[in-house]
Write a protein that binds this ligand. Structure first.
Ligand SMILES: Cc1cc2nc3c(=O)[nH]c(=O)nc-3n(C[C@H](O)[C@H](O)[C@H](O)COP(=O)(O)O)c2cc1C
Length: 384
């Protein structure tokens, strides 16, 4: 038997997202079979173990799942399409996966360093397509684990929900817009959104005249991003004041996501701020779209010097990429967003190098900037 076909089990209600699902597979150069399980009778696996120990390979439940098992035996790639509940695949989707057990047998072996059941047939690659508010990071890891149990690889996790078409972005920095590093980050990020066809409206809290409108936008939009610099380990007091003026009850559900950045390079400097931000959406009646975390933003606004400009251009371009990623994933829960932080803590060798570079280059750079700002005093002078 040739094993080349792709089996897609669509567990959504009939007609739901059918066009979108078909479009995902339309230009694939492989044999595809899409089965709508809503038309079939499929029960939960009851854990009887008959398929391993009594009638090997044959499920004890006599329903329509046998049709699927026979297709799986001829498949190379296996996709499940499902709704999400509690951020995870819903029970209808999980039900067709729990019944996959007869594809393995009772024997156990060590594969890729883990105890695993032997394959009854051949490796299967696995992918997951979902609707709704799934926990992207969890689903990606889960899909990879399922695939490894089947000795295949993850085909990926795809959201069927159209990313938002419009996003409200609030700049939570007290620094005036034209000097704000956060504003530079937002501009670069929004360029990425725009490339993906998503519009945005920006409100800057440094301008009190924008507060009423920002509050109104916060209460009436369903996709909100607050971009904020780290101030003394957490949020600037100005943003805390703005948040205190928001009603905690809202009529419309919304997803609240954050871009958190700070002066120091190390990721761990931002982790308390991140923890606080993660706790915030629920307190404001919103769901959490995650926190994008990155340090090293201090010099973004000093772009006259060509060396600094080159460095900061690179960082801003990476924020544009993250704008595109947000447009694709609808949140900062993706693995690419997690990786974006970069290094967590300076390694020892890095500290030596840092001390050397700090004395030679960074210190000189600060002194040069101070000079340009008209400062005539030593930067470490003690006025009191
Ligand atoms: C009062 C104050 C406190 C700050 N505290 C921190 C901090 O705890 N950790 C950090 O990495 N950066 C800290 N920073 C640096 C800012 O987060 C960083 O310069 C950021 O790029 C400023 O963005 P903005 O220009 O939009 O305000 C602080 C800056 C200020 C003014």
């Amino acid at each position: 038997m040739t094993i080349k076909m792709t089996l897609v089990l669509n567990t959504l209600e009939s007609d739901d997202c059918t066009e979108q699902i078909n479009a995902l597979f339309a230009d694939k150069n492989e044999e595809i079979e899409i089965i709508n399980t809503a038309d079939l009778k499929i029960m939960h696996c009851m854990g009887c173990n008959n398929c391993w120990l009594k009638t090997p390979g044959i499920c004890a439940i006599k329903d329509d799942y046998e049709i699927i098992l026979k297709k799986l035996v001829a498949a190379e790639n296996f996709w499940v399409v499902a709704d999400t509940k509690f951020g995870f695949i819903d029970y209808r989707g999980k039900r067709v996966l729990d019944r996959i057990v007869p594809m393995l047998n009772m024997y156990i072996e060590i594969r890729d360093g883990w105890e695993r059941h032997q394959l009854r047939y051949h490796p299967l690659n696995f992918g997951f397509i979902y609707k709704g508010n799934g926990n992207r990071e969890l689903l990606e890891e889960w899909s990879m684990r399922v695939a490894r149990n089947l000795a295949g690889h993850s085909l990926g996790v795809i959201s069927l929900d159209k990313a938002a078409e419009h996003v409200i972005i609030i700049n939570g920095s007290p620094r005036v817009k034209k000097n704000s590093n956060t504003n530079k980050i937002i501009q670069a990020f929004a360029e990425g959104l725009e490339k993906a066809g998503i519009t945005h409206k920006l409100y800057s809290l440094s301008n009190h005249a924008e507060w009423d409108e920002a509050r109104e936008a916060f209460m009436t939009n369903d996709n909100i991003i607050i971009a904020v610099p780290l101030f003394v380990e957490c949020l600037p007091s100005l943003l805390l004041e703005f948040l205190s003026t928001l009603p905690t009850e809202r009529k419309q559900p919304a997803k609240l996501s954050f871009i958190l950045h700070g002066g120091f390079d190390e990721g761990h400097q931002l982790r308390l701020g991140e923890k606080f931000l993660q706790s915030l959406p629920a307190q404001l009646g919103c769901s959490c779209g995650g926190v994008l975390v990155k340090g090293g933003s201090f010099l973004l606004r000093n772009r006259e010097n060509s060396y600094i400009k080159k460095m900061t251009d690179k960082m801003l371009a990476s924020y544009t990429t993250m704008g595109q990623s947000f447009a694709r994933n609808g949140s900062f829960s993706s693995s690419e967003a997690k990786k974006f932080t970069g290094f967590e803590k300076n390694p020892k060798i890095g500290i030596l190098l840092f001390n050397l570079i700090f004395k030679r280059i960074v210190k000189k750079n600060f002194e040069r900037i101070a000079q340009e700002w008209g400062c005539t005093e030593p930067l470490d002078r003690k006025p009191y």
